[in-house]
Design a protein around this ligand. Structure first.
Ligand code: G3P
Length: 223
């Protein structure tokens, strides 16, 4: 499963990119607004790091406006994927953009039928928002399982991108359900890495290592 970072914060992206575990970045208008920076500058800096998949969302609500914005965003860098919302206009724009070879991430997906439609118009990614469904008293992970099943039934190439992830158990369950990608806030990505027993174990190894007799004449670089 690919792991994306759900942020527009360059410090967070650079830090996670350095670990080698990052496969992509997703942004949305809310995340971009939090940075107080020009959208295009943020996108170009993320792409310049070498991140191979960077989702950038259109804000037009009509089909022609989405097409204009989508083409503009896609032309900024080959790593850009255009996010279109799951609306009639968004479906129509996705169909046209996909036919032009522009990769679309259909966002704001809350039902399996919506995901079926996203696949039918040629979206590269579909983004079901599992955390927001959970917040609403529904079962977000059940939606991931349904979409994975439907896409397998019909061999749709659209990749399931589990979005609106709130905690590490969401990541684990999305992986077990067969999601192709999960996009995580930085705080959740950090939690995947750390385990208290890892920290305790490393501290003990290093402490014990101090007791190992060291040769006197071997240069440090050869140890
Ligand atoms: O970027 C889309 C999605 O991941 C947003 O998540 O936490 O705002 O529901 P959240």
């Amino acid at each position: 499963m690919k792991l994306f970072l759900d942020t527009a914060n360059l410090t967070e992206i650079r830090t996670m990119w350095e670990t080698g575990i990052l496969d992509g970045v997703t942004t949305n208008p809310t995340l971009v607004a939090q940075e107080g920076r020009v959208f295009e500058d943020v996108l170009k800096e993320i792409c310049a790091l070498g991140v191979p998949s960077v989702s950038a969302e259109v804000v037009a609500t009509d089909k022609d406006g989405m097409l204009k914005e989508g083409r503009y965003l896609a032309a900024l860098h080959p790593s850009i994927y255009v996010k279109c919302p799951m609306t009639p206009a968004g479906l129509g724009a996705t169909k046209v953009l996909a036919a032009e070879g522009i990769r679309v991430n259909m966002t704001l997906v809350f039902s399996a039928n919506q995901a079926l439609l996203a696949a039918k118009v040629g979206a590269t990614y579909v983004s079901p928002f599992i955390g927001r469904l959970d917040d609403h008293g529904e079962d977000g992970m059940a939606l991931i399982r349904d979409i994975v099943l439907i896409y397998r039934n019909y061999r749709f190439p659209t990749q399931v991108l589990a979005a609106s992830i709130r905690h590490p158990v969401h990541v684990l369950d999305a992986a077990k359900a067969g999601a192709d990608i999960a996009t995580l806030p930085y705080s959740v990505m950090e939690k995947l890495v750390h385990h208290p027993l890892t920290d305790i174990g490393l501290a003990r190894f290093l402490k014990d290592w101090e007791k190992v007799p060291k040769p006197l004449r071997v240069p440090p670089s050869d140890r």
